[in-house]
Design a protein around this ligand. Sequence first.
Ligand code: HEC
Length: 217
Amino acid sequence: MKKIFYLLLFSTTVWACNSNERISKEVFDDVNRSMEVKKLSESQIIEEAMNWGEEISSEAQTQLIGALQNAIAENGVQEAIRFCHVEALPILSEVSEKYNVAIRRASSDYRNPEDQVRDYEEVILDAYAYNAENGIKNEPNIQKLDNGDVLLFTKAIQIPNSLCLNCHGEPGKDITDETLKVINELYPEDKAKGHKIGDLRGMWSIRLPRAEVIKRL
Ligand code: HEC
């Protein structure tokens, strides 16, 4: 009798396990199926692109400012210019590689000609400049490129404080003669001086592949 009881108990347990497994697999399949047919609205995709762009641009910004502050603390403003000359773009390339997206800073009054604003960025940068000049708050933006296959995230870069003026401010007032010498030597065509706090310096421009944005949802 005891044996039968154990046998029964055993088989019930096995049965219960099996049935649990079956149920959970069904639920699992169901979820999978619903994900496949999940219709993502355009606004969900744009919102995700915005979040991702914010994440990437703030990481890039943190990396650049951290490196810049270290360079100034170690060797002063002049040497920090040499450091930026060599390291700014490679630092951005590293962040680009990490996220597998193209990150750049675009500017119409650029220091490095590589950062010159491109055709597809110009209208957006103009709008940021208009806002900055007229005291209107700039908000990040998503623009569709390449028939919507690319979502371009942009975010204005305005001069937040006097640190930047050491190298982007008024020569003779904010920029010392020694610093100016290095700028002129490394960037003979420099357009990135004469700024004050609040001025637009450029914008983040990050090309997010739409397919990669959808994968994140
Ligand atoms: C030590 C000098 C120095 C300081 C301080 C500095 N910058 Fe720059 N900045 C540079 C140099 C040099 C470049 C060009 C880098 C390159 O060759 O890629 C540059 C480039 C840029 C660019 C890319 C567009 C362009 O003109 O090529 C932006 C945007 C920018 N700086 C914003 C800022 C902001 C905002 C601050 C303050 C938080 C700041 N910079 C502080 C030296 C400086």
